[in-house]
Design a binder for this molecule. Sequence first.
Ligand SMILES: [Zn+2]
Ligand SMILES: [Zn+2]
Length: 197
Amino acid sequence: MSQQTTFKIPKTNSLVAVSIYLALGLCALVYGILNIEVAFWAKLSLPFAGAIFFTFIEYVAHRYLYHSGEDYTNAENWQYTMHGVHHMHPNDKGLLAMPIFLALVLAAAFFGLFHLVMQDHAFFFWPGFLMGYAGYLYVHYSIHAHKPPNNIFGYLWKHHLLHHHIYDDKAFGVTSPLWDMVFGSMPPKKALHRKEG
Ligand SMILES: [Zn+2]
Ligand SMILES: [Zn+2]
């Protein structure tokens, strides 16, 4: 038995994580509005652009990192620790979010990157990006914790549960099917329309 199989994957409370990232994103946005001089249009649109960019990173990380190469269901592989464990235990609510400390380090790295590319505009783009992550965690938590609602959002349950149970090589987007449409990884239409038990 190897060391890795005995490694205990840390648990994280998704709702605590969501609250922290939302609060941090809001504080950063207020700081930007009060202290950073950029064009009015930028203050208004960059938070939305940041959130949409997050959904792109969400898709790319899920498809090309977590489901890359080696078998993600094999506990020997790093993909298992990052994501496979969630596929094997989809009902374990403690395994839906990465550890908060790790997320904050990554968030800081993304801020650095955005600041390098767009200078002070990052004070508006980054809060949207971070709140996009909070939104993703909340949607993913809801899908695994609650029954699908009887409205348009019920679609997200169907999309993600198809990824879990039938097509693990399709339907990588959780907050929306947008990037699955763009990159051709939509599940077959008939599967989406089928009533599930
Ligand atoms: Zn997956
Ligand atoms: Zn899931």
